[in-house]
Write a protein that binds this ligand. Structure first.
Ligand code: SF4
Length: 252
């Protein structure tokens, strides 16, 4: 097995203390280690946002590009060398806002790439403006009277656009986070297509905290049939007070 220390870099992340990004960073390394993927066979691609610095802190190949553009770069890398494990990272602002169009077409294109989205419901890097997944009515620097738009639902969008693996994880549950990341990577290794993991990520400075999520997160049990697209869409439509985590949809 590739040991965790083989992905370790000497630089220290500069995220806020308690940020959910720390467990996502640790989770990626643990999943890659458990799958025995050597650093020289991994490419991590990101865009712009607090999350986007993640490739700086894992010893593997990395590309930090333009806002919302991690998916086109990741797909190009995968097409050029299909043997590589390619993971794109996005934020809710970066990936569902600026990169929304790329997201839709990556879902229907279904190349064997993972997409891990750090969904914290705000633009954290620029100090808390509302994002595509902010709740309606959220007051922020860019919405002093409250937002007018309903939040975007990335899960229903991914399923309906054709992604073959769609899951939701919570950064506050490290064990399940690693399990879902592992399943997503395996899905791409098996040539089954695009694997999306929307990760509920506490932003302790500008967004929702752990307490908020812990009141709402629950785990999908064996009664959920992830191979049934209609049932998956019904589950994905739950929002707000109920946040079901697990594999929402996987194409049989
Ligand atoms: Fe994390 Fe939010 Fe701080 Fe950014 S602003 S590092 S998302 S806690």
């Amino acid at each position: 097995m590739v040991e965790l220390k083989e992905y370790q870099r000497s630089e220290v992340p500069n995220w806020c203390s308690g940020c959910g990004n720390f467990s996502i960073l640790a989770g990626v390394k643990k999943a890659l280690s458990e799958l025995n993927i050597e650093p020289h066979n991994i490419v991590l691609v990101s865009g712009v946002g607090c999350f986007a610095k993640l490739p700086y802190w894992i010893k593997a190949y990395g590309f930090v590009g333009l806002h919302g553009r991690s998916l086109p770069v990741a797909q190009g890398i995968k097409l050029a060398n299909p043997k590589l494990t390619v993971i794109a990272f996005g934020g809710d602002g970066d990936g569902y806002g600026e990169g929304g169009n790329h997201f839709i077409h990556a879902c229907r294109r279904n190349l064997n790439v993972c997409y891990f989205v750090h969904n914290n419901g705000v633009f954290g890097l620029t100090t808390g403006q509302y994002s595509p997944t902010s709740e309606k009515g959220r007051k922020s620097k860019s919405s002093p009277l409250g937002t007018l738009e309903k939040p975007l639902n990335p899960l229903t969008l991914a399923i309906s656009a054709g992604a073959t693996f769609v899951a939701r994880a919570y950064a506050g549950d490290f064990k399940q986070l690693v399990e879902l990341m592992t399943q997503a990577i395996q899905h791409t290794q098996q040539g089954k297509g695009f694997a999306v993991v929307d990760i509920l990520q506490p932003c302790v400075s500008f967004g929702k905290n752990y307490e908020y999520y812990q009141k709402r997160v629950y785990y999908l049990g064996t009664e959920h049939d992830a191979t049934n697209k209609i049932k998956a869409l019904e589950k994905a439509l739950e929002s707000g007070e109920k946040l079901g985590c697990g594999v929402i949809y996987e194409e049989p």
